[in-house]
Design a protein around this ligand. Structure first.
Ligand code: NAD
Length: 481
């Protein structure tokens, strides 16, 4: 094992989790991990490259046939121990995500630590009952593992996105090589430790930290990988799909979004706006499925803008470690600069700043904080109405009638999520059928971890979560007799 210099909370990690053990990285270079609230260095992890990726994929390939041939009970046992490990590590997970992502501690405990536990538990139940064999006429159809999986994840829900790929892949019988995001490798290392403690066979799970352009690119292009499961930006997703396409690898992509929340006449406007503001400011606005566009009938437009401004006042940026904080910093300096550029650009294009803006947050000179912002008088062709900002920015657009509302809701390249509010569920559901998007919450319908999650159009290919998420990692063989 390489040196571990640990002092004053700082840890210099030199190892990758490959073939069932922590092994010194074969590649030179390190990634420095910062706390986005304090800008202090938290740790460093290896910047793996082609050599680490080669070793990890080779280990996964060696493990593939035996792991793929296991009975479901043999996969259920270590997966159950992994779920129990996630349960026991909730506090450590929370503290890690607060430190490396800057998520407020209450949100981190409930969502960043709690959701992966729920999702892992959901796959135990699915694995216990999934029909891996089915008779269709004179055929028996076998659901078999799709092979070695490359899992590439972003930083915004760092553990959830890992669990939503790795757990169903392992449940399906596929070995995995995980390449997590540069900004949040520490929770990925924690996950690898829990996998190790759960006692999976060597090579079934491997972790390579590194940059997207080195480790990520080497992994998706590797001939030993059969399936690429990628969550991240649409731009990188296109490159991933092109590389995978040339090699005819299967690919699943969870990409960006610009989701609309449509408040139809007759709906409870105050509730719809309040839920929208909470939805878009959660995780400092860094949520792919956030309802970043609020669509309101023109007769109640000004009322909605005022309600949004009032709700916004409850979100005062602050120290994510303080339990009273509802909104923390953005993940890094680059994201902060990007969000500010969008805000300045919006005003230059003629949007009205209701609250927030690109000025620094008062009293917080350190940390990547941005003001929670509401923009009004936004027209559909404006950049802030079309592009994903990935910060706490809500744009409010007026519509004339239902047809116009549907046209606006569908009028971006994305289609990941959305909301519809109406006087009754039937009206909301009828409107939701007109939307080109993967998920729609009606009158504040709760998130369902068993429902397929994924995008239409440029928001991606394939689905995660539940049975649909498990099937992404299966392929089929038909026997006729
Ligand atoms: P990103 O695309 O820059 O990076 C995502 C991952 O891909 C990281 O691990 C990165 O290292 C890796 N990567 C980067 N370039 C690569 C390359 N050339 N080859 C292989 N891998 C590469 O995205 P990000 O900034 O980390 O995350 C934010 C984006 O993710 C947003 O656009 C957001 O909407 C999207 N997202 C989507 C979902 C979803 O489920 N649809 C969920 C969360 C985030």
């Amino acid at each position: 094992m390489q040196q571990h210099a640990e002092h004053a909370g700082y840890a210099e990690h030199g190892d990758q989790y490959i073939d069932g053990a922590w092994r010194p990285s074969r590649d030179a270079g390190a990634i420095t991990v910062l706390n986005p609230a304090t800008e202090q260095v938290l740790a460093s992890v290896p910047a793996g490259g082609a050599a680490d990726v080669d070793a990890a994929v080779a280990a996964a390939r060696r493990a593939a046939r035996a792991w793929g041939a296991t009975a479901r009970e043999e996969r259920l046992a270590p997966l159950t121990r992994l779920r129990d490990g996630l349960a026991a590590a909730q506090e450590e997970i929370t503290a890690t995500v607060v430190a490396e992502l800057g998520a407020p501690v209450g949100f981190a405990a409930a969502v960043h630590a709690g959701l992966p536990l729920t999702v892992a538990g959901s796959y135990l139940a699915l694995l216990a009952e999934h029909p891996f064999e089915e008779r269709i006429g004179n055929s028996v159809v076998l659901a078999e593992p799709a092979g070695v999986v490359a899992a590439i994840t972003p930083w915004n829900y760092p553990l959830h996105q890992i669990v939503a790929k790795v757990v169903p892949a392992l449940a399906a019988g596929c070995p995995v090589v995980l390449k997590p995001a540069e900004d949040t490798p520490l929770v990925a290392r924690l996950f690898a430790r829990l996998v190790h403690e759960a006692g999976f066979p060597a090579g079934v799970f491997n972790l390579v930290t590194g940059t997207g352009t080195e480790a990520g690119a080497a992994l998706i292009a590797h001939p030993g990988v059969d399936l690429v499961s990628f969550t991240g930006s649409t731009g990188v997703g296109r490159e991933v799909a092109a590389t995978a396409g040339r090699a005819l690898k299967r690919v699943a992509l969870e990409l960006g979004g610009k989701s609309a929340n449509v408040v139809l006449p007759g709906a409870d406007l105050a509730r719809a706006v309040n839920v929208n503001v909470a939805n878009v400011f959660a995780n400092s606005g860094q949520t792919c499925s956030a309802w970043t566009r609020l669509l309101v009938h023109e007769d109640r437009y000004e009322e909605a803008v005022e309600l949004a401004a009032e709700a916004c006042a409850k979100y005062v940026p602050g120290d994510p470690a303080d339990p009273r904080t509802r909104i923390g910093p953005l993940v890094n300096a680059e994201q902060l600069a990007r969000v500010r550029r969008y805000l300045d650009g919006a005003l230059a294009e003629g949007a009205r700043l209701v609250v927030g803006g690109s000025e620094p947050v008062e009293g917080l000179p350190t940390g990547y904080y941005v003001r929670p912002t509401v923009l009004a008088d936004v027209t559909p062709e404006m950049t802030v109405a079309q592009e994903e900002i990935f910060g706490p920015v809500l744009v409010v657009l007026p519509y004339r009638d239902k047809d116009h509302a549907a046209e606006l809701a569908n009028g971006t390249p994305y289609g990941l999520a959305g909301g519809v509010w109406a006087a009754d569920t039937e009206t909301a559901a009828a409107f939701a059928r007109r939307l080109d998007t993967g998920q729609v919450d009606l009158n504040g319908g709760r998130f369902n971890p068993l429902a397929p999650f994924g995008g239409y159009k440029s928001s991606g290919l394939g689905r995660e979560l539940g049975r649909h998420g498990l099937e992404e990692f299966l392929t089929y063989k038909s026997l006729q007799y």
